[in-house]
Design a protein around this ligand. Structure first.
Ligand SMILES: [Fe+2]
Length: 473
């Protein structure tokens, strides 16, 4: 058995640095390693100059995972890298890229929700071939449960993960999947976690056992994802990445950091309810970033859908009139906070919002007080059951009815697909922002076909610089 059977990964790209990750399978408490990077020329061959290398130690304290930061790199450059271990052992060779320093263009891949037992990670393998500068993973990198629809993909451990050892086993299984390895071997990743990385709906902090589970799930996530700067439980995971003077990308955590529990009693939330979905420090970060941004584009990425999704109306018990039927797990459960975000967006110019979690694809125009505010792209799952499948299982009602309800009660939907798995790619240049999704025919076998759908091209208006990005098609 190879010492490096979980492959390698890279993350946290900057113009002159990137984090490199690996794990060793060893009975030794500590294993000395060496990492090596080589610059790739335009022809894909290694350059003799500009390479870097250094020492690393994989410790049992971190489940024998290790992340190092490679510094003094060249901007906008492809590198190949690997790790070397004792006895001449060597990891697979992978590719990563530093962010461009100036001018772009930039290609960002978005993905989420990979449920090992429900299907193959074909979407990861296809995304690996997109030559993205950066992959943003919107959470549910693992699922804690042991559901399985594909006989050759039984989850390990074969029960719901609860402890640090359980979570580590689940990550180990995911990272032996060759399609997920292909993605990590192709581009650097910025991840955020979502509820299933710990437990469905996220555990209640009031309970000691739940608090321990929360810590264990997040510790395993920090060990197994290619992040170096957020290794401590005290660190939040929000990031602002300013790329090439073209786009300010804000990736933020709307699941764990500052979120108060949503109302689980049913679809009865009223807009005046003041439940917090972001911590004050996160609002400070968003406001400071958006108000000071001078790039042509801004992308805000978080786990859950921001725009409202109405599924109908029912009589209100608390007030006269009707109340909307909503999914309060999304920003719909935090309407007061959404209004605050909308007002910030209205004051600071157009943005693309990106979300996951819903296991379906949406592209729509959000409006605020009659004005076009932003576009939101909701990215479908890699293999987690589709929204249509989940609806059919829970209600025994045709998903076509769900689709009709959504289309009749919600405005601004430009594209919606509740039936397919896939991923998204966003290309950003100084003048344009292009949003594309790739949707798979099936995740039941690895040779699925896929459809590529160009959702929209946003065109920058030159003057005034930040007044509007408009949808041409
Ligand atoms: Fe999910």
């Amino acid at each position: 058995m190879t010492m490096f059977r979980h492959g390698v990964a890279s993350g946290e790209p900057c113009p002159t640095s990137v984090s490199l990750w690996t794990r060793v399978s060893s009975a030794e408490p500590e294993v000395p390693l060496r990492w090596v990077m080589e610059r790739e020329g335009a022809d894909g061959r290694p350059h003799s100059e500009g390479g870097r290398s250094g020492p690393a130690v994989a410790s049992f304290l971190d489940d024998h995972t290790v992340t190092v930061v490679a510094n003094d790199l060249s901007p906008g450059t492809w590198y190949r890298y690997w790790f070397e271990g004792p006895g001449g052992t060597r990891s697979p060779t992978a590719h990563t890229r530093t962010l461009p320093a100036d001018g772009g263009p930039v290609r960002i891949g978005f993905t989420c929700c990979a449920r090992y037992g429900l299907g193959h990670f074909t979407a990861y393998r296809m995304l690996a071939e997109e030559r993205c500068d950066l992959i943003v993973h919107l959470g549910d990198y693992i699922y804690e449960d042991a559901d399985s629809w594909v006989t050759e993909r039984l989850p390990d451990p074969p029960y719901e993960a609860q402890t640090l050892g359980d979570y580590r086993r689940r990550y180990s299984q995911h990272r032996r999947d060759t399609d997920l390895q292909a993605l990590h071997h192709a581009a650097p990743m910025i991840p955020v976690w979502d509820d299933h990385d710990v437990a469905d709906g996220a555990p209640r902090e009031s309970d000691i056992a739940a608090r321990q589970r929360y810590r264990d799930g997040q510790q395993a996530w920090r060990e197994w994802l290619p992040i170096n700067s957020r290794r401590s439980a005290d660190d939040g995971i929000d990031r602002v990445i300013s790329i090439a003077g073209v786009v300010d990308l804000v990736v933020f955590d709307a699941r764990f950091s500052g979120r108060q529990p949503h109302d689980r009693s049913g679809p009865r939330l009223e807009p005046h309810q003041r439940r917090q979905i972001l911590a004050d420090s996160q609002w400070d970060l968003l406001e400071a970033t958006l108000r000071s941004s001078t790039t042509p584009w801004r992308i805000l990425a978080n786990q859950v859908q921001i725009g409202p999704m109405r599924l109908g109306y029912l009589p209100s018990i608390r007030r006269l009139g009707m109340r909307p039927v909503v999914n309060p797990d999304q920003w719909d459960g935090y309407a007061h906070e959404r209004r605050r975000l909308y007002e910030l967006l209205a004051a600071t110019g157009p943005s693309l919002l990106v979300s996951g979690d819903l296991h379906s694809t949406w592209y729509r125009t959000l409006r605020h007080e009659g004005r076009r505010l932003a576009q939101e792209l909701t990215v479908t799952s890699v293999s987690g059951e589709t929204y249509a499948e989940a609806f059919r299982m829970r209600t025994h009602v045709s998903p076509r009815l769900l689709e009709r309800l959504i289309r009749s009660f919600n405005e601004g939907i430009r594209f919606m697909d509740l039936y397919r798995h896939g991923y998204a790619v966003v290309d950003v240049s100084t003048e344009h922002l292009d949003a594309t999704v790739v949707l798979l025919d099936s995740v039941a076998d690895r040779s699925s076909g896929a459809e590529r759908v160009a959702l929209a091209r946003l065109v920058r208006r030159v003057a005034p610089l930040r007044s509007s990005g408009t949808v041409r098609s």
